[in-house]
Design a protein around this ligand. Structure first.
Ligand code: AMP
Length: 407
């Protein structure tokens, strides 16, 4: 079974074609700058074989429909493509950011499901419309092919009311559905499942803290395989310090900025989402640049590292209190997989909580699941590469075949 995975953004389409027999990636690529003068289609074909090839085309991509047609052209190119025709694609799995309270698991897309995703646009105005574009365009291009929606929020739908309610007037939840939803659910669930495999235990008997540190950052408290709390909230702005997003701030900051700094809502929104986090603190949002600058004595870069890792540690401590017993802490995503310094600083002073990082094991970039804690550590620490595309492909296959993917 070959499944096309689509992650459709406002001006881009990320895609992967996966052969589920052996879970091999046949092609992986990106259409960028949709709607601009010059679009770019880049794709790596057969990345896991000796026949690996790269394709890059630059041309105007007016809209998502043209973008998806270009994806099909690249995949079916008689000279370099990986499939003979679009009939070889048996299903399409879509990443959908916001499933609101309706969606608890991956779902076959029907007219009703499309309507429900549309109804959640107010909760994710930047993401859900772009995800819907991808679904509609794929539906036109692949008539009759089953499409599956895999929601970033779904895994967190097991969070109990005491953790998802904000202490706000209750009608805001009842009428507007204002609550904590959480995101990155596909990643948290995937690394939790991989961790259970590594520990040779059933996920249903494990308590885990999964720490996704990429450009976006979030943490999840997982009790016996179910998400019971997470750091991202109504939107992907709450919680940890991210590349350009602030994470937690005093809610009164917004009034202060409006009253004293003359900022309107759009300005505050842009500032908290695009100009804050690591970038706000030191002007750089890539952790590799931050380390380079720390090495030459840049004090702001040092502060950015300190603020991010301190916040990580504070949340790990909070989620330990939520879970009581913790079997393992899992680091994943760009920073979590690659940055041994961030991992070590995020776990400082945690020996009393039973967390002992092994400095030699930790001193590596994680390419496959690896144990990073010492043998005597009561709480194991793992580095596990995330793979959201594979998780979406597995979930899509499971929807089609009726098998269980959850713990
Ligand atoms: P992601 O969103 O998971 O793709 O992660 C992207 C982020 O990972 C980048 O913005 C960097 O901050 C970080 N990153 C990637 N490679 C490294 C590395 N080798 N060392 C430290 N951070 C890295």
């Amino acid at each position: 079974m070959k499944i096309l995975i689509v992650n459709s953004g406002s001006s881009s389409i990320k895609f992967q074609l996966i052969d589920m027999g052996g879970e091999k990636v046949l092609a992986s690529g990106l259409v960028e700058r949709i709607g601009e003068e010059k679009g770019v289609v880049s794709c790596t074909l057969r990345p896991e074989t000796g026949l690996k090839a790269k394709v890059e085309r630059s041309e105007k991509v007016e809209d998502h429909s043209k973008g998806m047609r270009l994806v099909v052209d690249v995949l079916t190119d008689p000279a370099s493509g990986v499939i003979s025709g679009k009939d070889s694609i048996e299903a399409i799995g879509h990443r959908v950011v916001h499933g609101g309270e309706e969606f608890h698991s991956p779902t076959l897309i029907t007219a009703e499901v499309l309507e429900a995703i549309e109804n959640n646009v107010a909760l994710a105005p930047l993401h859900n419309p772009a995800n819907l574009d991808g679904i509609r365009v794929a539906g036109e291009l692949f008539p009759g092919v089953k499409q599956i929606a895999v929601f970033d929020t779904a895994f967190h739908q097991t969070i109990p009311p005491k953790a998802y309610h904000y202490a706000l007037p209750s009608e805001l939840y009842e009428k507007e559905k204002i609550r904590r939803y959480g995101f990155h659910g596909t990643s948290h669930q995937y690394v939790a499942q991989e961790c259970a495999k590594q520990m040779k235990r059933s996920l249903t008997e494990l308590n885990l803290i999964t720490v996704h540190l990429g450009n976006g950052c979030s943490m999840c408290a997982i009790e016996r395989g179910l998400s019971v709390d997470t750091s991202l909230g109504l939107t992907p702005l709450e919680g940890l310090v991210m590349g350009t997003r602030s994470g937690d701030v005093d809610p009164a900051l917004h009034f202060f900025l409006a009253r004293n700094c003359g900022m309107d809502i759009k300005r505050i929104d842009d500032m908290l989402n695009k100009e804050s986090g690591l970038k706000g603190l030191c002007g750089m949002n890539d952790m590799r640049d931050i380390h380079e600058q720390i090495a030459v004595g840049n004090k702001r870069a040092r502060l950015a590292l300190e603020v991010q890792t301190y916040r990580n540690r504070k949340y790990i401590g909070a989620f330990m209190a939520v879970l009581g017993r913790v079997d393992a802490i899992v680091f994943t995503a760009g920073i979590g997989e690659n940055d041994s310094i961030v991992r070590a600083k995020s776990l400082e002073k945690m020996e009393h909580f039973g967390v002992e990082l092994d400095s030699q094991r930790n001193d590596q970039r994680v390419r496959e699941p690896v144990l990073l804690s010492s043998d005597s550590s009561r709480v194991q620490v793992w580095g596990i590469p995330t793979n959201e595309e594979l998780a979406i492909a597995r979930a899509s296959k499971a929807v089609l075949t009726g098998e269980e993917v959850c713990p």
